[in-house]
Ligand binder design. Structure first.
Ligand code: NAG
Ligand code: NAG
Ligand code: NAG
Ligand code: NAG
Ligand code: NAG
Ligand code: NAG
Ligand code: NAG
Ligand code: NAG
Ligand code: NAG
Ligand code: NAG
Length: 830
């Protein structure tokens, strides 16, 4: 998703201005360390891949909203500092913003302008005039950091405040260690915040200080960062302050404050119990304040978190951290990361250093979320025996590339997440679309979970049972999304009654059967149709013959919003929203594109987004039928007309690389039998929009949707979701091996004639970069535009992609085009 609440169009505009501000984070040492690690890795084996990761990519002013905090893979805990200003993940490189504390819960990459999590902030303080003078309130305690000091690598995060207090953190799945280094001679004080999370959504909670034990327990209820405000989730934390008896508390007490003069401290008091109801909107500011005996210099604090209870938060800290040292936990976290990162090994020696860094940083983020909250469930999921993942934020973002990447190398993890999706159906009747903060978030395109679980089923149906997935139940969950109209399709399922009745989601429809915001009818129809294709794929797998017919038919409903009469820039035929009576409700296809002349138009979930498309334009969404692009080629006038229209789309500036509807568009040329043009276009997309800086991704990472897209671009592959098909492009990495340890399979892709000169925005003439021939285990593939998971990756082997500089000869699939329903594609189950 793009940044909700900011106008999408203005967001682009702002980003291009802010880019000129001088950036002074992170520490230059971060890049130096990575450069050295990559250089030292040449001609070596047993590489430490964690050393290639730059956690700060996407934390800058282009609103990648990445969390660089300390986390294990899929960690529920992500320790990061929280900043003032726009910073949904807590952290932001922007030097003009101030730190307000370090906190253990975050999401990564979301576009919620409110911010997400950030509960239980702790802030180290110097209070030279004693306890009563400590700066406890949000406004009083916020501070600048020292320029050029932020540091992070997998499992570790640190930052130094402008008063020279150094903050460090490392973590396990549900706990972590914090280390604070104070300037010599200063007495350490800390303020701990009970009430404030980033969205300021506090709805009541309690806190207890146990001075003898040196323990503070706290918890309460908060609201969603991206969903209806009336629902609340619970969260708890347990702070152990004594480092196993090595540290001693001095003063302790509670504090409370507001922005209008209240700033009170209660020395020696140990209990807070705050209710939800306040007059006016300002949240409570309240929590604990304590100091340490003497001037210890370094203070270690252990933190456990839980979504179940304070007792469980404490036991999580005990079982996951116990008495381990900070270095122990860092090492354990790094080992977990090494295991994830080594699933793709590359020829580091012959890969440009920036590409190595982009790849491993992307792989890192591709295992950072969703947050594994198994055993930490609440509400209808309390005590579920299934796996449970929080922050599926949102499925509309992740179905395109995130889960297909996971599918390539990590079927065990993928199966756990699929189990969590199916459990959503068991407990609520529909699979989750945008679960965030343990609550249902706003639906974006429809029930995109369908595409995710379908992708799992078609790729791993032979292993599904062994992986704990019952395909019949998976299918029942799909059918529920496809058939059962929820009372409120705003947060789950789809508006299927009217969709089935009309063959599209009509604009201005009377729908007495369900509630939801009347917007996005064009894009919802396109997404619903693709979701129906996902259901059809599993129907085919399970030989549900009636359903195959029904859902194949419904997968073609995308055609029903095609208005052949609309003309834009001389190109004819565009997706449009449509009335009940069949007439189209015309909007300009350029609206909500980067070239929209009205920069204040709302394009996201706002009620006044009336364009008919979600965070995108009709120009962009009119390319969307990943299962039937051959038909789009036909209605746009055939291969040449289709290619001319794609060229115009990019040249006119309608492409919006920072958001998900754009992901497959640059590879559209493949479907018109011009694969070399896709290669040129992808080079341009990659080197215009991605690099190794904090501004190195073009939009919200969206739970690593961007990271996984970039990974596929670097590998020269693009997955068609809910299928086993990969579109073949020109790898930007000369040789790589993908390990799928569950399948005991390793596939090595070797790029013959790879030339490092092709690693730039536009490929110089005479440089080999275009796909001439593809072989799998020595046999040429039937087409050089696509191959299949079952042939290339499932059992492992050798793939050779041979490149040529002769672009014209390579600009042809030399065999079948990628599959489409209307040309008989996707007709067999592998
Ligand atoms: C790596 O090995 C190759 C071939 O043996 C050699 O040409 C190259 O200089 C080596 N690179 C480094 C950085 O040692
Ligand atoms: C950081 O650098 C900026 C200028 O780039 C300067 O205005 C600011 O005062 C510096 N901050 C600190 C804490 O030194
Ligand atoms: C908080 O106060 C309410 C209202 O008096 C009471 O019902 C509740 O038990 C209290 N909770 C705690 C943990 O003290
Ligand atoms: C952590 O790992 C480093 C590097 O492998 C090693 O030197 C150090 O001894 C380890 N520390 C602990 C506490 O295990
Ligand atoms: C690597 O990336 C940095 C930061 O974007 C850039 O300054 C540098 O030119 C790049 N190096 C190469 C060889 O592309
Ligand atoms: C979950 O299990 C715990 C421990 O058995 C129990 O105390 C709690 O009531 C259960 N919660 C629900 C909602 O069933
Ligand atoms: C999630 O946590 C559970 C419980 O610790 C564990 O069994 C599972 O392997 C974890 N999965 C992932 C993907 O991290
Ligand atoms: C799809 O179903 C509609 C009615 O539901 C029918 O009019 C149409 O002919 C069907 N299309 C195909 C290709 O079967
Ligand atoms: C269809 O309905 C719309 C909205 O009520 C109306 O503007 C349009 O004229 C109608 N078209 C026809 C052909 O009746
Ligand atoms: C992978 O190898 C192990 C050990 O040989 C074996 O137990 C397991 O069944 C194999 N997995 C698959 C999916 O073949």
């Amino acid at each position: 998703m793009a940044n909700f609440r900011h106008s999408f169009c203005c967001w682009l505009f702002i980003a291009s201005i802010f880019i000129f501000i001088v950036r002074a984070q992170p520490s230059p040492e971060v890049q130096k360390r990575i450069d050295k690690a990559i250089k030292d890795a040449a001609n070596k084996t047993n590489l430490d891949y964690t050393a290639f990761v730059n956690p700060f990519i996407g934390t800058g002013l282009t609103y990648g909203d990445v969390c660089p905090g300390a986390s294990v893979p899929f960690g529920m805990a992500k320790f990061s500092t929280d900043f003032t200003g726009y910073a949904p993940a807590g952290y932001i490189t922007d030097e003009t913003q101030k730190v307000r504390g370090l906190s253990p819960l975050h999401d990564s990459g979301t576009g919620s302008s409110l911010g997400t999590y950030g509960n239980f902030e702790i802030m180290p303080l110097l209070c030279p005039d004693g306890f009563e003078t400590c700066t406890t309130t949000l406004a009083a305690r916020e501070r600048y950091r020292m320029n050029d000091t932020d540091d992070a690598y997998p499992g570790y995060f640190s930052q130094t405040l402008d008063n020279e207090i150094k903050i460090e953190a490392t973590s396990t799945r549900r706990a972590g260690l914090e280390r604070f280094t104070f300037p010599k001679g200063d007495k350490p004080y800390f303020v701990l915040d009970l009430a404030n999370d980033l969205p300021a959504s506090f709805a009541g909670g309690t806190m207890d200080i146990e001075p003898e034990k040196g323990r503070i327990t706290l918890g309460g209820h908060w609201g969603s960062s991206f969903g209806p405000g009336q629902w609340h989730y619970q969260a708890f934390a347990c702070y152990d302050l004594l480092d196993g008896g090595k540290q001693k508390l001095d003063e302790y007490g509670i504090w409370t404050g507001d922005n209008y003069g209240l700033d009170a401290k209660g020395l020696g008091q140990t209990h807070l119990n705050l209710s939800i109801n306040l007059i006016g909107g300002t949240p409570y500011q309240s929590g604990a304040l304590f100091s340490y005996d003497g001037k210890p210099g370094v203070v270690n604090i252990r933190v456990g978190v839980s979504f179940v209870s304070v007792d469980q938060a404490c036991s999580n800290a005990e079982s996951e951290v116990g008495s381990s040292s900070f270095e122990d936990i860092v090492n354990k976290s790094k080992a977990l990361w090494q295991e994830k990162l080594s699933k793709i090994e590359i020829d580091v020696t012959n890969t440009p250093a920036n590409i190595t860094e982009m790849l491993y940083s992307s792989l890192y983020r591709s295992s950072l979320t969703p947050n594994n909250a198994t055993g930490e469930t609440q509400g209808v999921f309390a005590n579920t025996t299934s796996f449970y993942f929080d922050s599926l934020y949102c499925s509309w973002d992740t179905f395109r590339t995130f889960y297909p990447l996971m599918s390539l190398h990590s079927p065990v993890e993928f199966a756990q997440i699929v189990d969590s999706y199916i459990d959503g159906y068991r407990k609520k009747g529909w699979m989750p679309e945008c679960r965030a903060n343990n609550l249902p978030g706003w639906t974006q395109g429809g029930s995109s979970a369908d595409v995710i679980v379908s992708h799992f089923a078609v790729n791993y149906h032979n292993e599904a049972r062994a992986l704990g997935i019952d395909l019949d139940e998976l299918y029942a969950a799909l059918k529920a999304d496809g058939e059962n109209n929820p009372f409120e399709w705003n947060t789950e399922g789809r508006q299927v009654n009217v969709y089935q009745h009309y063959g599209y989601v009509p604009f201005a429809v009377l729908d007495p059967s369900s509630t939801g915001r009347q917007t996005r009818e064009g894009s919802r129809t396109l997404e619903y149709a693709f979701e129906d294709f996902a259901i059809r794929q599993v129907a085919q797998l399970l030989q549900k013959n009636d359903d195959i017919k029904t859902y194949t038919n419904r997968s073609l409903f995308y055609r029903n919003v095609w208005d052949p009469s609309v003309v834009s820039d001389g190109y004819k035929g565009f997706a449009q929203k449509r009335f009940m009576n069949g007439s189209f409700a015309h909007t300009d296809p350029i609206d909500c594109s980067p070239k929209d002349s009205d920069q204040s138009r709302e394009c996201s979930l706002q009620e006044d987004n009336q364009v008919g498309f979600y965070e995108s334009s009709s120009w962009e969404y009119s390319w969307f039928a990943p299962h039937d692009t051959a038909h789009l080629v036909e209605i746009m006038g055939g291969n040449d007309a289709f290619v001319a229209r794609l060229e115009h789309f990019f040249n006119a500036g309608y492409f919006q690389p920072g958001n998900e509807p754009s992901f497959q568009t640059p590879i559209g040329y493949h479907y018109a039998n011009h694969p070399a043009k896709s290669v040129d276009r992808i080079r341009d997309v990659v080197f215009t929009n991605f690099d190794i800086t904090p501004e190195g991704i073009p939009g919200n990472d969206d739970q690593a949707a961007m990271a996984s897209l970039l990974t596929f671009h670097l590998l020269g592959l693009y997955p068609v979701p809910s299928t086993t098909q990969f579109l073949v492009l020109s790898p930007i990495i000369p040789k790589y091996t993908i390990h799928n340890s569950y399948m005991n399979a390793s596939t090595t892709v070797t790029v013959k004639n790879y030339d490092v000169k092709s690693v730039q925005k536009s490929i110089p003439a005479g440089t080999p970069a275009y796909v001439e021939r593809v072989t799998i285990n020595g046999k040429p593939t039937a087409s050089r535009c696509h191959f299949d998971f079952y042939d290339a990756f499932r059992l492992g082997g050798e793939v050779v992609i041979e490149l040529t500089a002769d672009k014209d000869s390579a600009d042809d699939c030399a065999g079948s085009l990628p599959e489409s329903i209307s040309t008989g594609g996707f007709s067999i189950v592998r």
